[in-house]
Design a protein. Sequence first.
Length: 445
Amino acid sequence: MNYEDKLQNVSVLGAAGKMGSGILLLTAIEMADLQLKPENQSKTFALNAIDVSPAALSGLFLYLKAQVRKIAEKKMVALRTVYKDRKDLIENGEIIDQYIDDVLKIVHTSTSIESTYNSGLIFEAIIENSDLKVKLITQILENNNNDPWFFTNTSSVPINELDTKANINGKILGFHFYNPPAVQRLVEIIAWEKTNKDLIEFAQAYAKKLRKTLVPSNDKAGFIGNGHFMRDILFGLKQAESLFDKMSFAEAFYAVNRISQDFMIRPMGIFQLMDYVGQDVCQKIMIVMRPRLNEDSLHSDLIDQLNSQDVKGGQNSDGSQKAGILFYEKGQPTAVYDPNKKDYVKIADFKEKVDNMLGALPSLHKPWKAVVGNKGKDQILSDYFNELKAMDTLGSQLTKDYVINSKNIGLKLVTDGVTEKEDHVNTVMLMGFFHAYGPINNYFN
Ligand SMILES: NC(=O)c1ccc[n+]([C@@H]2O[C@H](COP(=O)([O-])OP(=O)(O)OC[C@H]3O[C@@H](n4cnc5c(N)ncnc54)[C@H](O)[C@@H]3O)[C@@H](O)[C@H]2O)c1
């Protein structure tokens, strides 16, 4: 079966979710572009958007419409060629509206899994629950006579486990988009020894069309990205706890969030990033990783406590950040949640005191935004960390410990066989987490 045939009938499971909606958008564009080729006029391309939440599905078309409009505006030249025989389409606006119609008419929303039974390709992006993923895949396999292929977006469940438990015989691949899929260029691709070679080839072709960069990860729970991220979180939590003899809970969490953002020149502090991903998502990923990697430390009582108190973070439907361990105003953290008080403590009440305890940033410090796209980034970072290395403040010490630990996590991913290449670890953290430098560096050697 060739590339285009495989994309003629596709389903996205969990299509109304954070990841599913992005995967739906990207796939709808790719399928519409195929449909609009003159030689494909007689074929019908269908993309089933399936989710258990009818309310969420009802908002999906509005989201798609807005996103497709933005995409169409960026590819006007190509669209003029596509619609060159349509003499009725003159203005840019007319072409854009026609393209939106052509993309949307491919998409069919449904709350029923039966809609997947005619698909040749199924993207699975439901919640991170291995048993539920296996159950749905098994049900589809029992009812679908098209020998379907599965792309799972799982953040952590080993592909061989899904493959074996659902008895798919190599027809499933980990195709791990980063959030949000429409923007993030990185996709981690995960195969195991039984993965069908045609499926891998198809995935490479599809990624190329979507202009994604594929980084292969070996099939170990958490893969590269979450393998680093979860352990990085746990270090941040431990570092905050180590400050409790000097600071209150809220002060310590503010301090470590600042270390892991300002001092480390990262786009977000570690606790803000946890809120962005969601405390519930982090908990689910650790629940998958801990027993499968036989690593007891992959667990946090505090994350459990936050979830039990319904302090989860994540995003509102307008994309704004929900309160989690931090409280946000205009996207900026302004308070820290104290689970013992079950209340938020304002950062303004202690900021000056804690900043003084951490000490000044090195004089060569530049914010992440000024460093990340800077051509002279390597020199800037090496000068900055050299200055920091010579300092003797609480802030510089916490930063050194954090950077060294992050490197050790990266090296462990290589020794544990999650990847053979240090480069892959660095690429995932640079592209998937927008870090300005890879964790495996020599700043403190
Ligand atoms: N959020 C992230 O940053 C991120 C990044 C990479 C990968 N992932 C992974 O992607 C997957 C989806 O995560 P998400 O963050 O989009 O979750 P989400 O909660 O936003 O979306 C999941 C969607 O699945 C739907 N769903 C639940 N049960 C279903 C069922 N039985 N049938 C059909 N739909 C069902 C839900 O209604 C929801 O809309 C997970 O495996 C997650 O680990 C998430």
